[in-house]
Write a protein that binds this ligand. Structure first.
Ligand SMILES: [Zn+2]
Length: 344
């Protein structure tokens, strides 16, 4: 920061200015008026500088303070953002209501998401789809067979998630293990039921979807969708025909999804009903090596970790080099980089 002097109608005025970098240029910006006397101005400038440093330190100090997830939940309820659903009648775990402040915030966020993702390409559109879908959709998608939590059951019949139980013993995340592997680890760790301390005698998969009985006296089976992804897939043909009949086609969706979590926890992080935002992009795999706008981003540098070269860590690589390395996966590179460019 520095002091500048300006002469207006023969009188001298002192100002505190600071240098700001804007793209390639350095500009000077007004900070404060320091008066007409040089000595006073210098004194005032020192005070302002000291105060700014103090403010900065205080700001950093406040931001350092961490709070627990329970404190955050209590704060959100107190301020009317979000709180357990049906709480005056006991409520149910994993279900939350948004109060009017919370809904405004959520809508703002959704609109930001919308503007950003739909703005990525002229052929990206938003749809809204039913939250209840026929069983055949989930047979085709594999959800009926594979959308499972692996549960551990104790001798007395208490059920909990096998991976969560093990995490308490191993003090680290347990991912990607099947029921058999989890069961043998549970035995090895001598892990017992979190509720009653009994031995775990069964570990197996439990489907996380909510079944719905549609109509009365019918056998029509349906499910609450466990994620929003299915709708863009099943609506692709209709949307392709009714839009421009052109690829790439992006179908975006913001909506509710439902999962019968065995152990909902961590406030809004693991709920049974929640909002998802999703963009599915459909393209022709035969043309993955071309994209009409690729030249615009080919010099753009992506920071990536390649799964085949994990030991090298983060690499800085231009889109052009990346596509050479991966047999011209230009389409995917374009997609990644254009979202980063927009983001910055
Ligand atoms: Zn038990």
């Amino acid at each position: 920061m520095f002091i500048t002097k300006k002469k207006i109608s023969g009188k001298e005025y002192y100002y505190l200015q600071k240098s700001v970098r804007e793209k390639d240029k350095v500009k000077s910006e007004y900070v404060a008026y320091l008066g007409k006397d040089k000595t006073d101005a210098e004194k005032k400038a020192e005070e302002i500088k000291k105060q700014l440093v103090k403010n900065k330190n205080q700001f950093q100090e406040t931001n350092k303070k961490s709070i627990t997830i329970d404190e955050l939940a209590a704060f959100c309820k107190r301020k009317g953002f979000v709180y357990p659903s049906g709480e005056i009648y006991g409520g149910l775990a994993g279900l939350y209501d948004y109060g009017h402040n919370g809904l405004l915030l959520k809508k703002n966020f959704e609109n930001m998401w919308r503007t950003y993702f739909l703005g990525l390409h002229e052929n990206f559109f938003e749809i809204e789809a039913s939250e209840i879908m026929p069983e055949n959709v989930f047979i085709a998608s594999g959800h009926l067979k594979n959308f499972n939590d692996i549960a551990a059951k104790c001798k007395k019949g208490h059920i909990e998630r096998a991976d969560h139980l093990l995490e308490k013993y191993l003090k680290k995340r347990v991912d990607g293990l099947n029921a058999e592997e989890l069961f043998s680890l549970i035995k090895e760790q001598k892990a017992v039921c979190s509720q009653c301390g009994s031995v775990i005698d069964y570990v197996g998969a439990i489907n996380m979807m909510f079944p719905i009985q549609l109509g009365v006296g019918t056998n029509v089976k349906a499910y609450l969708r466990p994620e929003t992804a299915q709708s863009p897939y099943v609506n692709f043909k209709t949307e392709f025909e009714t839009t421009r009949g052109k690829l790439p086609l992006g179908l975006a969706l913001i909506g509710r999804a439902y999962r019968n979590e065995l152990s909902p926890r961590n406030f809004l992080l693991r709920q049974r009903a929640f909002t998802q935002a999703e963009l599915q992009i459909f393209f022709n795999p035969a043309n993955i090596h071309e994209h009409e706008e690729f030249d615009e981003i080919k010099k753009y540098i992506l920071y990536i970790v390649l799964s085949s070269e994990r030991e090298r860590g983060i690499q800085h690589i231009t889109c052009e080099e990346l596509t050479k390395k991966f047999q011209n996966f230009i389409f995917i590179t374009w997609q990644r980089s254009s979202s980063f460019i927009l983001n910055n």
